[in-house]
Design a protein around this ligand. Structure first.
Ligand SMILES: Cc1ncc(C[n+]2csc(CCOP(=O)(O)OP(=O)(O)O)c2C)c(N)n1
Ligand SMILES: [Mg+2]
Length: 537
């Protein structure tokens, strides 16, 4: 007896479900061979409407969308079909008609050989689409369609999804798609959206807040503080956030979420509802399979892109301070019973005479920096320790490059101090990172900008060495211990000190931190440190 073939849900099945979810059950099309694998045996609840030229397909869909004030669904045939449709797509854009346009493409498996009907589709409609989604994997097609729906609604125009013909038969991911089921948007906080989120919160047994860079601001911090206190719930910072979304010295602040899925799942496991404010749900770093969380998640953000990429039930695009303030005021206080267990702080025993560690430097800064200091971070291998030891205690208390490109911290610290000349500004930077924009020190020196640059000089790309080690290999890149950051700073006209001893570090910081706000010139502290610890962002 042969075993029954398991029934696998395909990308096509998953895509139809996304279309149904958004009411896109009428399909305007003029198809060709690259669309047959989608269309043959179309489910009965989907209506197919044939038009005899793509201009008519898109024109009819545009009328349908405008009359219903809802997105319409279009299917076009690779280059020939999309090319014929461009004029009508331009019209739909200018007429502000939301369209979701699926464009068929040749089979992925031989696209590289430019087979008959292979389309160069991405730029073909020029600037007229409001979004063009080119799914990297077949399994990304359903999410791409979901995001196209939201983009078409948001920007009111055609959103394209380019789909190779073999994608439809592939097995779908058994995961929530990276696009929200429902997006609500409002220019001022809408009482109905607030009531919906408030109801979810009051129905949750164990809610949790996740905050991100978008929540960094005095009013949003205040609103989230009230909300967290009334909910008596922990607050986590998004992984790899560029700014702090909550006072990190507050008793309910729980720490920074881990950047991989297994640790994320176990961190959020005690909760049944996650309210994620000012962040997408959720930025990861190393890829690991599986769900992000089993909890229900609501994203509240003022950034449509953050909302559109989140695999959540509900996303609300709205001004955050206003929304969170009203939500907090309407939230009845729960019985306060929570104690957040103290977070482990990295060990930093002083070691007179021994080589300095990054943790000793960070701890020495933590003992001395004023609460309103802007810490500009670019110290890849020490970032988790920096988070643990230097919590953001004021809005703009933490600033970092959102996208991982080195060369941000030095010039950004200069700009921050120029904009806020009475606020302490301290950049904590790896030596490798400092070299991407070391010349920013000239600007700081020339214009008398009183920022301080603490360079953790380990003479190498420590984080890269650790990643190569974790990968099980030997890095081919060398160390650069001969580079003198202090020498480079000096050559750029910037005052500098090189520090190798714990006692000198403490003495230098004691003097420095006494008048951080009043400085009229920059200072580079090149602190020689070991490259120790493990890297687990
Ligand atoms: C512009 C740019 N180039 C390359 C990288 C890759 N990269 C990430 S971390 C890193 C090394 C950073 O070295 P360093 O600042 O000395 O910090 P350490 O790892 O020693 O703490 C590199 C090269 C990057 N993120 N950005
Ligand atoms: Mg280094």
């Amino acid at each position: 007896m042969t075993a029954p073939t398991p029934v696998t849900r395909t990308v096509r099945d998953a895509a139809f479900d996304v279309l149904r979810l958004h009411g896109l059950t009428t399909l305007f099309s003029n198809p060709g061979s690259t669309e047959v694998s989608l269309l043959a045996d179309l489910p009965e609840d989907l209506d197919f409407v044939l038009a005899l030229h793509e201009g008519s397909v898109v024109g009819a869909a545009t009328g349908w969308a405008l009359a219903r004030d809802e997105p319409a669904l279009v299917l076009l045939h690779t280059t020939a079909g999309l090319g014929n449709a461009v004029g009508a797509l331009a019209t739909s854009r200018v007429n502000r008609a939301p369209l979701v346009v699926l464009v068929g493409q040749q089979d992925r498996r031989h696209l590289a050989q430019q087979p008959f009907l292979a389309g160069r589709l991405e730029g073909l409609a020029g600037e007229y689409p409001v979004r063009v989604e080119t799914p990297v994997r077949a399994q990304d097609v359903p999410g791409a369609i979901g995001r196209a729906v939201h983009a078409a609604r948001e920007a009111r125009g055609p959103a394209l999804v380019l789909v190779p013909m073999d994608d439809w038969a592939q097995p779908a991911d058994d995961l929530p798609i990276p696009a929200p089921a429902t997006v609500r948007r409002s220019a001022t906080a809408d009482p109905r959206d607030i009531a919906e989120v408030a109801d979810l919160l009051s129905g949750a047994a164990a809610p949790v807040l996740v905050v991100g860079a978008g929540a960094d601001g005095t009013d949003t911090w205040a609103a989230l503080t009230t909300l967290a206190e009334r909910l008596d719930c922990p607050v986590w910072q998004e992984p790899f956030g560029a700014r702090a979304g909550f006072p990190q010295d507050h008793r309910l602040f729980a720490g920074h979420l881990p950047a991989d899925r297994p640790r994320l799942r176990s961190t959020l496991a005690p909760h049944d509802l996650v309210l994620c404010v000012g962040a997408p749900f959720l930025r990861q770093y190393p890829y690991t399979p599986g769900k992000l969380t089993d909890a229900q998640v609501v994203v509240v953000t003022d950034d449509p892109a953050e909302a559109h990429h989140s695999p959540v039930e509900l996303a609300v695009i709205t001004p955050l301070a206003d929304f969170c303030g009203r939500l907090a005021r309407g939230t009845p206080p729960r019985e306060p019973k929570r104690t957040i267990p103290p977070r482990p702080t990295p060990r930093h025993t002083p070691s007179p005479g021994g080589p300095l560690t990054p943790v000793q430097v960070l701890a020495a800064l933590a003992d001395r920096l004023p609460a309103d200091t802007v810490v500009v971070e670019e110290t890849p291998s020490s970032r988790p320790d920096l988070h643990a030891l230097l919590p953001a205690r004021a809005p703009l208390g933490f600033l970092s490059a959102a996208m991982g490109g080195l060369g941000f911290a030095l010039p950004a610290a200069v700009g921050v101090r120029m904009a806020q000349p009475r606020r302490p500004v301290v950049a904590v930077v790896g030596d490798g990172s400092s070299l991407y924009q070391i010349q920013a020190l000239w600007t700081a020196a020339h214009y008398g900008v009183g920022a301080v640059f603490v360079v953790l000089a380990n003479g190498r790309y420590a984080v890269m060495d650790k990643l190569a080690g974790q990968h099980g290999g030997k890095p081919p890149w060398p160390a650069f211990e001969e580079v003198s950051i202090a020498g480079l700073a000096e050559s750029l006209g910037c005052p500098t000190r090189r520090i190798t001893e714990y006692a000198d570090l403490c003495a230098a910081l004691d003097t420095l931190c006494a008048d951080l706000a009043d400085r009229a010139e920059p200072l580079v502290l090149e602190v020689c440190v070991t490259a120790d610890g493990e890297f687990r962002p």
